[in-house]
Design a protein around this ligand. Sequence first.
Ligand SMILES: Cc1cc2nc3c(=O)[nH]c(=O)nc-3n(C[C@H](O)[C@H](O)[C@H](O)COP(=O)(O)O)c2cc1C
Length: 164
Amino acid sequence: MKALREALGQYATGVAVVTTVTPAGDRAGVTVNSFASVSLDPPLVLWCLSGRSPSAITFLGAGQFVINVLAADQEHLSRRFATPMPDKFAGVETRPTETGLPALTGTLAHFACQTVTVYDGGDHLIFVGRIEEYQRSGGEPLVFHSGGYREFCTDLRMLNQVGA
Ligand SMILES: Cc1cc2nc3c(=O)[nH]c(=O)nc-3n(C[C@H](O)[C@H](O)[C@H](O)COP(=O)(O)O)c2cc1C
């Protein structure tokens, strides 16, 4: 299992926090790197959540979610939303999306989605959502590779590194 995890970790990804709120006001937020775009027309994305996650019931009940794409300076948010605690949102700045969901501020982009299907994915649930609203700010991304946070290298910096 450890060897497989380490092999899978060779695939570098960005980092996102998926957030939601139920009609009753229960909020959930989880750090993920399983986010992927699926389709442009219709606009669909997916992400995977451990079936053992205490947040699963909230995401299933809410029926909608926001993918918040973290910036390079938001490692603290990645760590916070990857740590079980009573209120992950305490002290975290959010603003409502057009659909009333809590979006994190200072991110590179967010995608507010309606859940269209939840597939059984072994020990994970695969959430597929239709993008209802999105915003893009841009900037340098937070990068995750081989179990750690990495610095994003622009083409220019890579050229400098190899002395080109
Ligand atoms: C960079 C990174 C990526 C992660 N990706 C996922 C993921 O895709 N799916 C998942 O279920 N957990 C993922 N996790 C672990 C969850 O963030 C962590 O288990 C969190 O505590 C889940 O929230 P919960 O306590 O509300 O269940 C990731 C953690 C980190 C640091």
